[in-house]
Ligand binder design. Structure first.
Ligand code: A3P
Length: 311
């Protein structure tokens, strides 16, 4: 269940607004009013673009590579402020006590985190729906934005929605929804381009899934510099190994198994599989027809024209 909200005007999103989870009606005003802290670190992304991967990298660099503490599940260490993308469990009579506070009251949970340590916060919200303090160009809180080519994002999102969101439609229908900006957090291009336009702000680091795949070490070093941390060559090598697809696939802290298990128990899953699915660039080739691929290419070209961004 999602609704469209008409966000304040954005140069890249003049259309019919943003598709957000229905629960955003409740959370939106509190998210907007959140007291942002100077030492906050945010990971912002469109879903399925490498958010979890980026979070694990950012969290470990931000915590001086504390692999022991990183054994705690990622959503507990790095809460998702708009934790609304999943089913509205309440309307399904699924007992809320099954769910932790970072799910049932994500904004309150984040607001109450102690001030003694920096907060690490994940969001899929587009720029114009972020807390207003975070949108102040003078804001010191850091934001890492990760994006991914539209075709792989769409394929990954399709499988995600079958695994985690109860989507029962087919892939061609999903492609249409994706391109129409009707999937949660859509439309896709304004989400990316609004951050791309701010990539040179000192508190913004803009990275891509393709860079993570091609040059993980380089991205680790850029992120460390951005977070004001120094890593030795040995640190980088160890982190690179920890962040490999194989290692992340076998790491129970980053696989959302607990939430997948709740969905499975309540028969809400329409596809077998795991969160770490394929982890490839170009995975769309196994899923899209030539015609779909061409439509996506044209759509990307039209939207990226003149932006300087290549995906
Ligand atoms: P696929 O479905 O294409 O495999 P998000 O965290 O934004 O939901 O993104 C999930 C996507 O990132 C999935 O893509 C997942 O497999 C991929 N991913 C997560 N960790 C990865 C890693 N260490 N290496 C490569 N891909 C990774």
């Amino acid at each position: 269940g999602y609704v469209r909200v008409t966000a304040p005007a954005s140069p890249s999103a003049p259309g019919p607004g943003v598709a957000v989870p229905a629960r955003f009606r409740e959370l939106g005003p509190d998210i907007r009013a959140l007291q942002v802290r100077d030492d906050d670190v945010w990971v912002v992304s469109f879903p399925k673009t490498g958010t979890t991967w980026t979070q694990e990298m950012v969290w470990l660099i931000g915590h001086d590579l504390d692999y022991e503490a990183a054994k705690e599940i990622l959503p507990a260490r790095f809460p998702f402020i708009d934790h609304t993308a999943l089913f509205d469990y309440r309307s399904m009579d699924i007992p809320m006590p099954e769910l932790p506070e970072f799910v049932t009251d994500s904004v309150g949970h984040i607001d109450r985190l102690p001030t003694s340590a920096p907060r690490f916060i994940k969001t899929h919200l587009p720029y114009q729906l972020l807390p207003s303090q975070l949108q102040d160009p003078k804001c010191k809180a850091k934001m890492v934005y990760v994006c991914r080519n539209a075709k792989d994002t769409c394929v990954s999102y399709y499988h995600h929605c079958r695994l985690l969101e109860g989507y029962t439609g087919d892939f061609p229908e999903f492609c249409d929804l994706f391109m129409d900006g009707a999937v949660c957090f859509g439309p896709f291009w304004p989400h990316v381009l609004d951050f791309w336009a701010r990539r040179d702000q000192p508190n913004v680091l803009f990275i891509t899934y393709e860079q993570l795949k091609q040059d993980l070490e380089g991205v680790i070093r850029r992120t460390a510099a951005f977070l004001g941390k120094t890593l030795s060559d040995e640190d980088v090598a160890k982190l690179k190994h920890h962040l490999s697809f194989e290692s992340m696939k076998n790491n129970p802290a980053v696989n959302y198994e607990e939430i997948i298990e709740i969905n499975r128990r309540h028969n809400l899953i329409t596809e077998a599989g795991s969160f770490m699915r394929s982890g490839q660039v170009g995975d769309w080739k196994g899923q899209m027809t030539a015609e779909q691929s061409q439509r996506f290419d044209q759509w990307a070209a039209d939207n990226l024209k003149g932006s300087g961004l290549q995906l």
